[in-house]
Design a protein around this ligand. Structure first.
Ligand SMILES: Cc1ncc(C[n+]2csc(CCOP(=O)(O)OP(=O)(O)O)c2C)c(N)n1
Ligand SMILES: [Mg+2]
Length: 684
């Protein structure tokens, strides 16, 4: 078992900076073996990890990084670098080895020796927020591939606006598992449809997964599958550097996304475990490693890379210096305003004045002409002002555009013939949509938002979780947020989804009560640079509760008193979204019975939890009785109302009926709220 012999002339003359020493011709196999050695040694030292993928994919990665990938280890944030996504995150040692060898400051040999240890730059799976140069956090299979689709969309979209300063490719290394996951179908279908011809997927076609041979569970012809989705697809020997290079060369000029299925042997080089699932996810063991060293002709001790090989790799890491310098020139030649705008967007700074002006205008308009509309419509009303003010916003919907109200009047749909469009018809692909949104945010220059029904947040959940983990600003408009959607019935009525979303750390879940809160929540979501947001919005109309213009954002503390008690409050009613107006009615019923009650609107639990202690105490108040109202399950509410508090909401799935009947049927009415409080006060 040997990789086909090939000698790579490193640093082609047209790419090498003038002052670079002539590159030594180092055999491809020795360079690839450096990856293999680092991977097996690091996994052995950590006593855990996945040597199989790095050893199997080392040839493919070596060809990509030494001949094709445009990257500059000295500037991992270079806006026009090619993106490389290791979708199969379990193979993280492949990435760490490549980063060390090519000279990223973030991954030193010491960090490789600390693979999988607390606080290292080399955690078990690649984490973009830990290690500079990692494009995205991967591990949950399929996500990286779908992120890459978003990155490729972002590249085309920004190129349409900024021209030749955005001109890069997105490469993915994907495993069998990545392609088996359902999300991959959504991702590849979208990429094929949009003809994302700068997206190149290298498939580590090793026919092995954890349980053993892939034939245990799969017989898909991936080449045919990708072709059917509008990709160009081919097969190569993933241990033949010339064949890999030829396929990658061909891919450079493709008119559609490209799949290169690279037939590889998992654990390549391991004498007994190569080609077997046993090399997938455990240390090879001392004997097997000794045998692999012999088989690969690698006589060097653990963690030692001979100087000539390291130097060849380091030169490969310098390959794009000229391209980078040339890009700097092109960028400097841009019109100053355009340059500043590009930099602003890539930094993730908002156009603060324009945003503030837009929010102000919406609120003034609502004060002048109050709107008793559904919050999904209020969101559209807000977007009519926000979208022109914040040009990096790119909207979309998973085939519910008319229901989610995410497309404003002037938004043009993005298509293969017009990438400048700011609205994406994602199709019925919630999971792929959410993952692509993550990729767009990771690429930079875009604030993606999109829409689906709240009940289908479950279909996006793994990607929302990763957005929260990575700290990416993506905004999910999720409408039809309760039994208030009515006739579609329990399959479509979220009852546990708010609670399920609120438990995700670093995710903001907004549930505005009226048109004013809706624009305020939008503002907060946009300003939340380091975390994702969900806006849970109603299908049904709601009264506009705040009718006076206020230039402060009352939702910023997560909750606020929307109706004060007449006298010292004996009851605090806490409610969110559509139930706030019901709570206000309950307060009136209580007043008629001489029970002073206050109503607190709670549009965002997370921001309330983060509010300064004194502010939070004042909002919660000291009324002896606390009641929570939300057309959803109680879980999570005890942090506000306490375990002794009363809760008016849902304890079961919903039902199919006109929504007013449902609210009555499930007892979410002003009368029920008042009764709950009176009984707590011992008045019934
Ligand atoms: C969504 C998801 N499910 C399950 C896993 C656990 N897991 C990690 S790798 C893997 C499959 C390994 O097969 P393959 O993707 O072909 O990788 P290889 O063994 O070839 O490196 C599984 C099931 C995961 N990481 N993500
Ligand atoms: Mg596999």
């Amino acid at each position: 078992m040997t990789a086909k012999a090939s000698t790579l002339a490193m640093a082609p003359a047209d790419m090498a900076p003038a002052d670079m020493a002539p590159a030594p011709a180092i055999a491809h196999a020795r360079m690839a073996n450096a990856i293999r050695a680092l991977a097996m040694d690091a996994v052995e030292q950590a006593k855990s990890g996945h040597p199989g993928l790095p050893m199997g994919a080392a040839d493919v990665a070596t060809v990509l990084f030494t001949q094709f990938l445009k990257f500059d280890p000295a500037d991992p944030a270079w806006a026009d670098r090619d993106r490389f996504v290791l979708s199969a995150g379990h193979g993280s040692m492949l990435l760490y080895a490549l980063m060390y060898l090519t000279g990223y400051a973030s991954v030193t040999l010491d960090e490789i020796k600390r693979f999988r240890q607390l606080g290292s730059k080399t955690p078990g799976h690649p984490e973009n927020f830990v290690t500079a140069g990692i494009e995205t956090t991967t591990g949950p299979l399929g996500q990286g591939l779908a992120n890459a689709v978003g990155m490729a969309i972002a590249e085309r979209h920004l190129a349409a606006e900024f021209g030749a300063v955005v001109d890069h490719k997105t490469y993915v290394l994907a495993s069998d598992g990545d392609l088996m996951e359902g999300i991959s179908q959504e991702a590849i279908a979208l990429a094929g449809h949009l003809k994302l011809n700068r997206l190149i997927v290298l498939f580590d076609d090793n026919g092995i997964s954890i349980d053993g041979a892939l034939s245990l569970s799969d017989s898909v012809d991936q080449v045919k599958r990708f072709e059917a989705a509008g990709w160009s697809a081919s097969r190569v020997d993933g241990h033949d550097p010339a064949a890999i290079a030829a396929a990658l060369s061909k891919a450079q000029g493709a008119d559609r996304p490209v799949l290169i299925a690279c037939k590889t042997t998992i654990g390549f080089g391991a004498p007994n475990k190569a080609g077997k699932a046993s090399s997938h996810g455990s240390p090879l063991g001392a004997d097997e490693i000794k045998g692999a060293r012999e088989k690969l002709g690698w006589a060097h001790p653990p963690f030692e890379i001979p100087a000539d090989i390291l130097s060849a790799w380091r030169i490969a890491g310098q390959r794009s210096k000229a391209a980078h310098a040339e890009w700097n020139k092109r960028f400097a030649a841009l019109d100053a305003a355009k340059r500043a705008e590009f930099e602003r967007r890539m930094r993730g700074d908002l156009p603060a004045q324009a945003l503030a002006g837009a929010v102000d205008a919406v609120k003034k308009s609502l004060a002048a002409t109050p709107k008793d509309i559904a919050t999904r419509s209020a969101s559209e009303f807000a977007l009519e002002s926000l979208v022109p003010a914040v040009p990096e916003m790119v909207g979309g919907s998973a085939d519910l555009t008319g229901s989610n109200n995410t497309r404003t009047k002037t938004m043009v749909a993005m298509s293969a013939s017009d990438y400048s469009g700011r609205f994406i018809h994602y199709g019925i692909r919630e999971h792929g949509m959410a993952a692509a949104m993550n990729g767009m945010a990771l690429h930079g220059g875009i604030i993606p938002y999109s829409g689906t029904f709240l009940v289908f947040s479950d279909y996006c959940r793994p990607s929302i979780r990763l957005a929260a983990l990575m700290g990416e600003r993506v905004i999910h408009v999720m409408t039809h947020d309760s039994i208030g959607l009515g006739e579609d019935g329990p399959t479509h009525e979220p009852v546990e989804h708010l609670a399920a979303l609120r438990v995700i750390p670093n995710l903001l879940v907004f549930r505005p009560a009226d048109a004013v809160e809706t624009v305020e929540c939008w503002q907060l979501a946009l300003q939340s640079r380091d975390r994702p947001s969900v806006l849970a919005l109603t299908r049904q109309n709601l009264p506009q509760l705040s009718q006076n213009f206020l230039d402060t954002n009352r939702c910023a503390t997560g909750a606020y008193e929307i109706a004060a008690a007449d006298g010292k409050a004996r009851v605090s009613i806490f409610a969110s979204g559509s139930e706030v107006s019901i709570a206000v009615e309950a307060k009136k019923l209580l007043a008629a019975k001489s029970v002073p009650a206050r109503v607190v609107s709670v549009p965002c639990f997370e921001l309330l939890a983060e509010a300064p202690e004194a502010v939070r105490r004042a909002i919660i108040g000291d009324a002896p009785v606390k009641v929570g109202v939300e057309a959803a399950v109680r879980q999570g509410w005890d942090t506000i109302i306490g375990s002794e508090g009363a809760f008016v909401g849902m304890t079961s799935f919903g039902a199919s009926a006109p929504y007013k009947d449902l609210y009555k049927h499930f007892g979410i009415t002003p009368e029920a709220i008042a009764d709950a409080e009176l009984s707590k006060l011992g008045k019934q």
